[in-house]
Design a binder for this molecule. Structure first.
Ligand SMILES: Nc1ncnc2c1ncn2[C@@H]1O[C@H](COP(=O)(O)OP(=O)(O)OP(=O)(O)O)[C@@H](O)[C@H]1O
Length: 452
């Protein structure tokens, strides 16, 4: 760690604090995540999901893990640095993003997701804070909860941040899939358009209530498996007709509404895959630029979601035309805006901003209340879903609360050193190496609050 100068703490997550740092040798700016838990052997470290999955991923829209360092039983991840996360961008925003901006970001994120899912992983904690942005480029970060698709269910940890949590996870299905990331993307897309969360539940039960209020309660047609899942735990969905998303998100065009609708389908099977989403008409004006061409492209066009200006790039493939399925149809029927949806949400943010200034004021935009997303439901970030709670307890909790509450490039590297205690390494795909340091001071703690 003596190779790095730590500049400033830029994030404080469940598992670690993140610092902006500079590599003294190369001058490169990096992000260093100092894990909160202690690691007493390398074996423990290499088995971490974040390490195992990120080692295998090399994609322009997935944050690069450059190096892993273990020193004095503290584990540090060295990532490429990105300027801001999407939540920070939205929080500071005074006017709505243009559709072109939303399209460009989403196109890139879906490319990252398509790559990840095709490589056999799903993220499980997609949220604006985990999408990092530098200029036009957006990358998926935080692989702490990533899962191998081939891993055997049941998945007993209760994952993801509430507002972006898929209904099957809320209902504690043992069998969820990469489609949980697609649900989250629907919610994130809507939020990018409106600068307010689509399903801002204040509890798990309220989360389901909010979802029902917006997309209408599930039916046999829309999610037969979900009704069965609910029956199995003795849970009754609150009954709502739903609203027109186009009314709720007036700044989104018809194609965007169609894609959000499709992503936020009750039934995971009815949500498009990431690759299918890339083919949606919403992205008709986007051009896929293969990663190998992106360095060349970057000087002339946004790197991942090319605009028409990128047409002359060699090797550019155009996605166009509608998907040949009915999943993309907006099938909302009720024009009635449910009262909770109109009320908005008031939250407080208590976090250090980019300039290191602690901000605990209520966040407000000119158009709607600013907000602070919830943390995960437990301090450890994962609730032990079924292991700590029986299904009856879960149903009771959901029932009681819903009814009546209204419901990261390194230069030349030496060959990989042997992995042993006290030796640091860099993932194989990016070469390994190790040093030692003590430079990261004990992390300060920032608290986040959700007001009211
Ligand atoms: N590569 C990076 N470049 C710049 N900032 C980063 C980087 N990685 C993380 N951050 C910042 O640190 C925050 C927390 O990082 P991260 O999500 O990896 O930590 P975590 O402990 O896993 O958090 P969580 O509570 O979401 O699980 C991010 O929201 C982001 O603002």
């Amino acid at each position: 760690m003596e190779r790095y100068n730590l500049i400033k703490e830029v994030g404080d997550g469940t598992f670690g604090s993140v610092w902006r740092a500079i590599n003294k040798q190369t001058g490169e700016v990096v992000a260093i995540k100092k894990m909160k838990k202690k690691y007493y052997s390398w074996d423990e470290c290499v088995n971490l999901r974040e390490v195992k999955s990120l080692r295998k991923m090399n994609h322009p829209n997935i944050v690069k893990l450059k190096e892993v360092i273990r020193e004095s039983d503290i584990l540090y991840f060295v990532f490429e640095y990105l300027e801001r996360n999407l939540y920070q961008l939205m929080k500071d925003r005074q006017k709505l993003f243009s559709e072109a901006e939303v399209r460009n970001w989403c196109f890139q994120v879906f490319q990252g997701l398509a790559y990840m899912h095709q490589r056999g992983y799903f993220h499980r904690d997609m949220k604006p804070e985990n999408l990092l942005v530098t200029k036009d480029i957006i990358k998926i970060a935080d692989f702490g909860l990533v899962r191998e698709i081939s891993s055997q269910p049941p998945y007993t940890e209760y994952v993801s941040t509430r507002w972006y949590r898929a209904p099957e996870v809320l209902l504690q299905s043992y069998l969820y899939s990469s489609k949980v990331d697609m649900w989250a993307m629907g919610a994130i897309m809507a939020e990018l358009f409106s600068l307010r969360p689509l399903f801002p539940g204040v509890s798990e039960a309220d989360e389901i209530y909010k979802i029902c209020s917006v997309i209408g309660s599930p039916t046999t047609e829309s999610w037969a498996d979900g009704l069965k899942l609910a029956r199995d735990i003795n849970y009754q969905f609150p009954q709502h007709a739903g609203v027109q998303l186009s009314v709720l998100i007036p700044s989104a065009g018809a194609d965007a509404i169609s894609l959000i609708t499709s992503l936020c389908s009750w039934d995971p099977c009815k949500r498009p895959t990431a690759s299918e989403a890339l083919q949606h008409p919403f992205f008709q004006s986007c051009f896929y630029i293969p990663p190998s061409l992106r360095t060349r492209a970057v000087a002339r066009a946004p790197p991942s979601a090319g605009t028409r200006g990128a047409l002359d790039l060699q090797g550019v493939r155009r996605y166009s035309g509608a998907l040949p399925n009915s999943k993309l149809t907006n099938n909302f029927t009720s024009p009635k805006l449910h009262p909770p949806l109109a009320s908005g949400v008031q939250r407080k943010l208590d976090i250090v901003n980019q300039d290191g200034i602690k901000n605990d004021k209520s966040m407000k935009t000119t158009r709607q209340p600013k907000y602070r997303p919830p943390g995960k439901d437990s301090p450890t970030s994962m609730n032990k879903g079924r292991s700590g709670r029986g299904v009856l307890e879960t149903a009771e909790k959901l029932g009681n609360m819903s009814v009546g509450t209204r419901r990261q490039s390194m230069g030349q590297r030496p060959p990989p050193p042997p992995m042993k205690t006290g030796v640091n390494w860099i993932p194989e795909s990016r070469n390994f190496m190790l040093r030692s340091t003590q430079q990261i001071p004990t992390g300060r703690t920032f608290t986040r609050k959700v007001a009211g």
